[in-house]
Design a protein around this ligand. Sequence first.
Ligand code: 2F8
Ligand code: CA
Length: 131
Amino acid sequence: RTCPCEWISFNEACYYFSKERANWHKAKESCNSKNASLAVISSDQELDYLKSRIGSTHHWLGLSDSETEGSWKWLDGRLVETRQVLPNDSFWNSGEPNNAANNEDCGKVTNSKLNDVPCNSEEHWICEMKL
Ligand code: 2F8
Ligand code: CA
């Protein structure tokens, strides 16, 4: 099978990098409306690949701690800490996640590392669809 037009294929999945920006919930809904999800990272290779495609532009991932503060969960229900493939030192930016102003429940990535920011920030986003 192949990816839809404007989607990029990598390891049995298709990815869409938005040109527009939106808050996390709208980004999530946009992916869902395309029969996809905000991107959920399952391996170091996947994370490295996505970073290589986005430069320094900030992109939402399917990652938040809205349910329980400090408990970072992917949209597939898995906790960050239980994904052993992702060592902490190559994942979050130094000092992150810091829940700045007690208002940072959504995770975004650049070609560097991850940071938690307010979910109402307007960012680009990455959708993922399994092939
Ligand atoms: O210094 C890290 C800190 O930088 C910003 O706050 C000043 C980020 N906020 C936004 O991007 C909205 C924090 O998330 C980040 O921890
Ligand atoms: Ca932060």
